[in-house]
Design a protein around this ligand. Structure first.
Ligand code: FES
Length: 157
């Protein structure tokens, strides 16, 4: 005999345990379903491409120094060709700025010469140079995933 009175809207212990069991089963089924659906979502982390167009060679007359703020990169053009040097300080990653004598980091004072070699401050290594190549449509492309030896220039013919 139940000690609860259904006419008063009270739930018996048996009914409560039954509802709790059904609730637990539904939650478990939803958890399993979520796990199964997760299988169909690829576990891919998209990363921005490190290869990007910078424009046509005509946009870089000899003597040009162009900073690409969004790519953290300087592109230079001289009589020998085009070259790209990172703007990321090799100490802790601040963005360097161009000076008459090279590059200066505003954070802790690292200094780099025109080639990106360290000439002062705490930076443990020079500024990397990146590969430049040209597409069939004539556009120049910097590949920031490929470091090249300092002094390597893309020669436009
Ligand atoms: S981040 Fe450039 S000197 Fe420290």
């Amino acid at each position: 005999m139940s000690d609860k009175n259904p006419e008063k809207g009270e739930v018996s212990r048996r009914d409560f345990l039954g509802l709790a069991a059904i609730g637990t089963a539904v939650l478990s089924a939803l958890g399993v379903l979520a796990g199964v659906l997760r299988i169909f979502k690829p576990d891919v982390h998209f990363e921005e491409s490190k290869k990007f167009k910078i424009g046509k060679p005509e946009q870089f007359p000899v003597g040009t120094v162009k900073k690409f703020d969004d790519k953290k990169l300087f592109v230079f053009s001289d009589e020998d060709g085009f070259y790209a040097i990172t703007a990321v300080c090799q100490h802790l990653g601040c963005i360097v700025y161009k000076t008459d004598w090279g590059f200066q980091c505003p954070c802790h004072g690292s200094k780099y010469d025109q080639m990106g070699n360290v000439i002062g401050g705490p930076a443990p290594r020079g500024l990397p140079w990146f590969k430049i190549e040209q597409l069939v449509d004539g556009s120049l492309v910097v590949d920031a995933s490929k470091e090249v030896p300092k002094g390597t220039k893309y020669i436009y013919v």
